[in-house]
Write a protein that binds this ligand. Structure first.
Ligand code: ARG
Length: 243
């Protein structure tokens, strides 16, 4: 069994420190935030987590799984922390405890059709989004939307709009920037923003000791000279922290 090797039941910060290793789950299919470069797990938030763990004085044991399974796994004590570009929402906050945010972003409309710029323009249209994402919720709320198609992996939502199976794709604005930077021939453009969100890691509901230790380390990492700004410049050419 996949998780058999590690005993990780609702570990508090003392147990994690004692073990010397924090078990962190992410997706690994969401460039430039968490993705595989060959066999190496990489990305902005993977690097942020490495920096935070260092300040916490623990090593990371990474797990990679489908996006939709990540927060659920916290409730089942399968890993200690999730970092996978989750927007802080009220709904999610009923089930998990969010940490302080590590960046701010939002859902962008991505399409071949320059006329689709606002939620209003998406009435009567088909939208592609990732399963379990805040984009799915936002798309479903658009008045008069024709159909919302959801895909377990965000790149498959992108593929749907590229092959005209959807009129628009809604995803993180920095994901789009990365796609457009790396491939000039998609025919896609980001035409507008649907909403903004704060992105944070999550721990199991009420694991406040762990959240507190993470937040303290994140604060140090995000302070001047702590490493965050250089990382943000490397990935995005700008500082993506919440202002
Ligand atoms: N920010 C969006 C959300 O909160 C999408 C996150 C997708 N993350 C991922 N690793 N695929 O749902």
């Amino acid at each position: 069994m996949m998780f058999g090797a590690t005993a990780a039941s609702a570990r508090n910060i003392d147990a994690i420190k004692k073990a010397g290793t924090i078990i962190v789950a992410t997706e690994g299919q969401y460039a430039p935030f968490n993705f595989f470069e060959g066999s190496k797990l990489s990305g902005f938030e993977v690097d942020v987590m490495e920096g935070v763990a260092k300040k916490m004085g623990v090593k990371i044991e990474w797990k990679t799984l489908g996006f939709d399974a990540l927060l659920t796994g916290l409730g089942q004590d399968r890993w200690d922390l999730v970092i996978a570009s989750h927007g802080i929402t009220e709904e999610r906050a009923k089930a998990v405890t969010f940490t302080d945010p590590h960046y701010c972003s939002g859902g962008a409309i991505v399409t071949k059709n320059a006329a689709l710029r606002t939620a209003k323009d998406l009435a009567g249209k088909t939208i592609a989004v990732q399963t379990g994402s805040s984009y799915l919720d936002a798309a479903q709320k658009i008045p008069g939307v024709k159909e919302v198609k959801n895909f377990p992996k965000d790149p498959d939502a992108q593929a749907a709009v590229m092959s005209d199976r959807a009129d628009a794709w809604v995803t993180d604005k920095f994901v789009v920037m990365d796609v457009l930077k790396n491939n000039k021939n998609t025919g896609l453009r980001a035409t507008g923003m649907l909403f903004v969100e704060k992105i944070a890691a999550a721990v199991s509901k009420g694991n406040d000791g762990l959240a507190g230790a993470y937040n303290k380390a994140l604060g140090e990492f995000m302070a001047k000279g702590g490493g965050y700004e250089a990382l943000s410049m490397k990935y995005f050419g700008e500082d993506v922290r919440c202002k």
